[in-house]
Structures are given as C-alpha cells and as structure tokens.
Write a protein that binds this ligand. Sequence first.
Ligand code: F6P
Length: 526
Amino acid sequence: MIAWKNMDTLAAYEELCAAQRVNLVEAMSGEAGAQRVKSYTVPMGEGLDFNYGARPVDDKILEILEKLAAEAQLSEKYEALYNGEVINTGEKRRVLHHLTRGQLGETVMADGVDKRAFYVEQQEKIADLAKKVHAGEITNVAGEKFTTVVQIGIGGSDLGPRAIYLALENWAKVNGTLKMKAEFISNVDPDDAAGVLNKIDVAHSLFILVSKSGTTLETLTNESFVKDALEKAGLDPAKHMVAVTSETSPLAKNSGYLAAFFMDDYIGGRYSSTSGVGGAVLSLAFGPEVFAQFLDGAAEADALAKNPDMKHNAAMLDALIGVYERNVLGYPTTAVLPYSQAMSRFPAHLQQLDMESNGKSVNRFGEAVNYATGPIIFGEPGTNGQHSFYQLLHQGTNIVPLQFMGFRNSQMGSDVVIQGSTSQQKLCANVAAQIIAFACGKEDEDRNKYFAGGRPSSIIIGDKLTPKALGAILAHFENKVMFQGFVWNVNSFDQEGVQLGKVLAKRVLAHDTDGALKVYSDLLNI
Ligand code: F6P
C-alpha cells in the first residue's frame, strides 16, 4: 500500500537532520580521499559511472538516506508510475514516458489501447517517413530531396530535442549518419523564425510542427510565420510540413500536413524527448537506427532505476543526496557543468526538466509544504564556465552543488598535442582539477586568495558521448527528478505555474488591461 507523505513527517528525515555532517575538505584529502573517490561510484548504464566521491555524504549519511528511500517508498512509487497508475493527480493523468523506450512492468492499457504498442507504432511510422525522405521517395514538389529539417516548438517540444541534436551532430558527422541538418524555431520573437528562415533553403526544408496541446501561442504563431514564408516562395506549406501532437489536440484534425504523428497527455512536454517529439527530428537528422540506439540507452538507465538498493541505483542515489543538500544543508541551487561542448544546451533542458517538475510549494494534495523543494538549476559547458561564473562558485557566499560530466574521448577524434597534451586531455584535466579545488580549497594568508573548499560535486564519467550514452544520461536525470518529487511529495508532472503569465499576455494583446499592467503595455508600445 503506497502512502503519500510529506518529507518532514518521515522518521528518516528527522534522523538525517540530526546526523553528523561531513567535513568535505578533510574527507577528500590524503589517502582517505583517494579511497572515497574509488569506492563512491555506481554504474548508470552504457559504460557510464556516477561518481559521488565529492558529495557531502559518508557511510552513516548514506545509511540514513537508504532508510529515507525505503520510508518514502521510492521504488514502489516508481513501480506504480510505470505500471500506469494516475501519478499526475493534478491533471488526473498517468505518467508514461518510460513506455516510449521500453516495457518496465505490466502492460499499460489506457483509452482502449496498449500504450507501449501505441508509442512503438508511432515510432515505426516516423522511421518509415524518415527512410522515405532519405531515399528521396518523399521529396519537394520539384522531386528534389529535402536536405534540412526544422522543428517548430517550444519548452519540452524544443529544449530536449534541440539539446540532443546538438549533442550528437558531430558524432553523426564522423560516423556518416548525418542525413539532414536540423534547425529549431522556438521563440515568438520574430527574429528567431526570420533568422532561421534566412539561413536555410526553404524549398529543400521539411518543417516539423511540434505541440502536444496544439494551442501554444508561440508555436502556432511560428507555424503561420513559416507558412507565410513558404507561400511567398511559391511553395505549398502542406507539402513541407509534418505535425507531432496529441490525438485530442486541434492540430490532429488539420489536413494541412504531409503526415501527423501522435503522443498523448500521459507524456509531459519535458519528458517527451523519447516520444515522437524528439523522435521525428532526430530520426530525420540522424536516421531511425541512431534514434533507436538513443532509446536503448534510456531504457537501460530506466531498468537500473528499478533497483530498490539505493547504492546500486544512480538516479535514486543522486536524488537523495540532492535532497540532503537542499533540505538539510540548505543549498538553493545546483549547477550542471558538462565538460563537452556538444552538450551546450543540455543545462537548458535540465532547467525545464527539474524546475518545471519540482518548482512547487504545495504537495500532491494542494497543501503548502514547510520545506524547500526543487533547486534553481543553471549551467554552461566547461571549460567556458570556468572563465565566467566559477569565481562565485569557488569564493562566493553561496555553496552550489555541482553536477559535472566528462568523457575520456572526444566525439570527432580530431585533436592536437600542444605542450605535451591533447585538447581532450586538457579538457579532462580541468574537470578533475575543479572537483578537487572545489572540495579541498586552498589555504592562503591573503584572504582574497583563500579557498574555503567544502563545495560538493559529482561527476558522470563515460568513454565517449554516443547516442546510447546520451540516452542513459537523459533518463538518469528524468528519474532523479521523479525520485526527488516523490521524496518532497509534490506532483512533478504538472506545471500550473506557467499559466498566469499566459493569461495576462492574452489580456495585453486584447487591450483588456488597467493599472500597472496597462502602463507596462503602453511603455512597450503594444
Ligand atoms: O507552457 C509550458 C508548457 O506547457 C510546457 O510544459 C511544454 O513543454 C510547453 O509549454 C510546450 O507545450 P506544447 O507541446 O503543448 O506546445
């Protein structure tokens, strides 16, 4: 029997608050530090390891976190979720994104269909379209191949797919699987659409309109913007556009598309990268086989997340240590720092995933909670961030837990030896150095040059950023956010907090304003 309880009613949480804290500077120094880094590591699928040697925990705290995992019934709640229970209570929906990459438990029947079969069917339809486009069986009106694919969508219909495309673009180039270049239009800022349209050849471009709801202002506006450009170029928009949406959305009934592919309300936007939302653009750009590899990586991480033994479940462990840092140590933010230029947009994806999921002040029953929930997420790829905000991370008044990622090998393989090391070695040397600098600090009589240390981090380490590895990383974070939502007893799958601004913007556009809103509208010349 599952009980949904607030975190501060759990005995293990009380014990956690009372536990002796770890002195990270001491723990990470000398031979003891070396042993810690060797032993505090857990596989997270696809040859990746989650190393938490520099997180502020010890065996005692880990033991209490294991109790917390059991008391909060994290494994049972995950099982209920993937078996199709209505976990998104706010919207009265199941939460089924795991089914887009595998069958973790029982067959989930909803709306009269087997949901895994439904998602696979959509993936197969997308694969079929992609193959026909690549083979020149589906072409523009002049019979010429499409060379570019452009995704029109925002939020979850943009961030994940864009981050994944960028993460794999160079990998695909060197592996000979870059079939089409992808571009993305998301912002309602007309300069976004105009900028993309200016740099592509519209006659050879296939547009994917992606909106689960089919009602998002930005996406519908950009669709019209693109259709206008196509018409001005003498082209029929219906021959250049496909749609990915839910069967219940207004777009589903629109005949103005070459093809339509479906997801449903059981897949939240920020969890939709492995559905048709990511599947269409990634299959067209890289080929369906590469997208399938990406799904396999995610499925492996999902399966590992089933392990009730926290020490062998990287997503659960990461989640619980994060809760300890957020609620007991009081750290309000987390930085995502991939030492991989390819992952440049991954922090932006995690911002939505984490903050839209767990940025809540009420529990699943709509009652105010008396503890902090989701942290503020931000990040940049290393080493770029080192020359920017790392000053505050090293010496500022806030302690910011850090999530590093690093790969032993580059994706493209092209490198030079300068002053005795390759660029890849320099990149990896920097991330190793940063972990120790943050954790151990440095004594100095000059207080301006003193580093207090005690700044925690973990690192995901892999051989190379491949489609499978990326899938495993994506699923790791989805599952981590889910487990944290379970501990905090919030509904991680709705997003009421984005609605108010949309309503007010509509009023501004309808000139239905007064007071300060009218003044701002006038100042902005609306
Ligand atoms: O406004 C927030 C949001 O609903 C996100 O949750 C979602 O990812 C995004 O808008 C786009 O929604 P849609 O795919 O329905 O256009």
